[in-house]
Design a protein around this ligand. Sequence first.
Ligand code: GLN
Length: 379
Amino acid sequence: PANRLSQFSESVIRGMTRLANRCGAINLSQGFPDFDPPEEILSALETATRGPHHQYAVTWGAPRFREALAQKISRNTGLSIDPDQHLVVTCGSTEAMMVAMMTACNPGDKVIVFSPFYENYAADAILSGAEPIYVTLNAPDFGYNPQELEAAFEQKPKAIIVCNPSNPTGKVFTPEELTHIITLAEKHDAYVITDEPYEHIVYPPHVHTYAASLPGAWERVITCNSLSKTYSITGWRLGYVLAPQEVIAQARKVHDFLTVGAAAPLQEAAVSGLELPDQYYSDLQDLYSRKREVFLGYLRQTGLPFTEPQGAYYVMVDISSLGFETDTQAAEWFARKVGVAGVPGSSFFREPEHRFIRFHFAKKEETLHAAGKRLLLLA
Ligand code: GLN
């Protein structure tokens, strides 16, 4: 096998789901809902399966889907998105990130990654031949040190990856931070690759800012995104890359030879999600705000320290007081003995950091109560 494959392991996140299933633990590891997508999407899926959508969609995305996507993005960002020029529909944000990396980077190019980071980015960098350089997001508020970021840009990176709202920290980047990042990227002629699947899961007073919509940003931002979290359809694998036409022309080639296209009937059915009114998104925000309160309520009672997430649906819990040698041992113990599975925090850090377990709360309230009651046995 290729040498590059020895540089990373299988996903720990997805491995924890398998462990949770084996030992019957409540699965708060890999982040996905245990509730259904909206009714509009379910009924559109039934119709789509009886329609003429069983062969390949257009490689860049089914026209109706791209049209609905462009309208939704234009509405949210204030940008004027052309469905024929600015979009490639991918198999989830996972493929979108891989496409963005392979489009932006030559082998040997450096890419700035904030640490802690979503697990896939290190593997994406290695697979695309790029070399990650890390800038720390410092606990407890997971802010970055501007000088450290400026020093990283001095190493002439080709791109910086920004997950916003951030998985696993729950940080929501402010317009000022994003402007700082974009200004540095402009100065050093780098791309800003964003990953924004939690755009609609943000807790007031925090507000999501689309990096691509900031002044002067459009030309260098490659936005990766997904429908998974917004419409509770993680298994549908629908995502996209949004960028200027010159970037998309190249990104389409990468996508073409990686996967040919995302599932045609699912693109058709997901149009009904993209056409939902604004009320859907404010209800989603309320729904997740309640879930967050339920779960954080139990965490507070355990006495374990954690940082309240500003967005997304993860929380990094400091388990150092429990006395385990590593977070991996702690996560195994949580899954097997407490009956609640989380992800060992070390899989999100560059440096050996064993203080955290990441739990997610994208679950029905009854699931969160059941998990919370098990966690209270620690109190
Ligand atoms: N984003 C989810 C998580 O961090 C899972 C994504 C995936 O497994 N593709 O848990």
